[in-house]
Design a protein around this ligand. Structure first.
Ligand SMILES: [Zn+2]
Length: 264
């Protein structure tokens, strides 16, 4: 079996750690890089339930998109879910690795590219390329085109179905067809001006606030599909990335739905 270091080196060949945003905490959070991997559990979030699942299913490495620890931990008393998750992982020798904004920021096998694939978008490119990046394949979000223009309501229907979301919050449909679509997994309202500048007809993302919906201002349709919903296929993506390189074991996908948001 490979070591944790061998797995994380492969993950970082796709999403180098230095591509992460300054506020992020991607990388190995618990565990020893020299450990031999028993199996890998892929998840979107690493919660206590996910660590418990890893233990039950014989995995000593959880590869999650969202880092369980963002800020410095001064104590480990189990007072909140972050501390309890870390305590459980350390007690059971479970390594936690987060591959977050560095995976958001790549085109090849990136989080937003996976969404674009689910929507059947073609000619995709990075929505907001990083100016300092040597090539245009690093940056936030993607933009691409539907094979055929769709009526906005048909687009929303397809979006709901392909992204398995029960609810889409969107701005007024303007009677225009949707052809160019901008996408950003997770909280993407900061890219709205870029989506408008790239002449997208729709912008698919999550976590828009009330006043931010006004900023669409007739330029495009904002479709807020929910944070978990937008990124849930990242679990499949992580599974694909690991499976294509390592053939001596079959990584697992979490069976825990970690979405903290419920709809009534
Ligand atoms: Zn996210």
């Amino acid at each position: 079996m490979p070591t944790i270091k061998e797995i994380t080196t492969h993950l970082e060949s796709i999403a180098p750690l230095h591509y992460q945003e300054s506020y992020d905490n991607a990388g190995l959070i618990t565990g020893d890089p020299a450990w031999e991997v028993t199996n890998v559990l892929c998840s979107l979030d690493c919660t206590e339930a996910v660590v418990e699942e890893a233990v039950q299913r014989g995995c000593n490495l959880v590869v999650a998109h969202h880092p369980i620890v963002f800020k410095g931990l001064k104590r480990l008393n189990g007072r909140n879910y972050v501390e309890r998750t870390i305590i459980k992982a350390i007690k059971h020798d479970v390594a936690i690795y987060a591959i977050h904004t560095n995976l958001d920021n790549v085109l090849n096998k990136g989080v937003s590219a996976k969404i674009a694939e689910r929507l059947g978008l073609e000619n995709i490119s990075i929505l907001a390329p990083k100016p300092e990046a040597a090539n245009l394949e690093v940056g936030a979000g993607v933009v691409g085109e539907l094979p055929n223009a769709m009526e906005a309501v048909d687009f929303l229907q397809m979006l709901k179905q392909n992204m398995r979301t029960g609810c889409i919050r969107h701005t007024r449909l303007m009677g225009r067809e949707i052809k160019t679509v901008a996408v950003c997994g997770g909280s993407g309202s900061f890219l709205l001006p870029t989506a408008i500048a790239r002449r997208a007809d729709a912008y698919v993302t999550a976590d828009f606030k009330y006043h931010e919906f006004f900023d669409a201002d007739g330029h495009l349709v904002i479709a807020d599909i929910g944070h978990y919903e937008s990124e849930q296929f990242t679990i499949d993506l992580l599974h694909e990335i690991i499976s294509e390189k390592f053939t001596t074991f079959a990584p697992l996908k979490t069976g825990v739905n970690t979405n903290p948001v419920f709809y009534f």
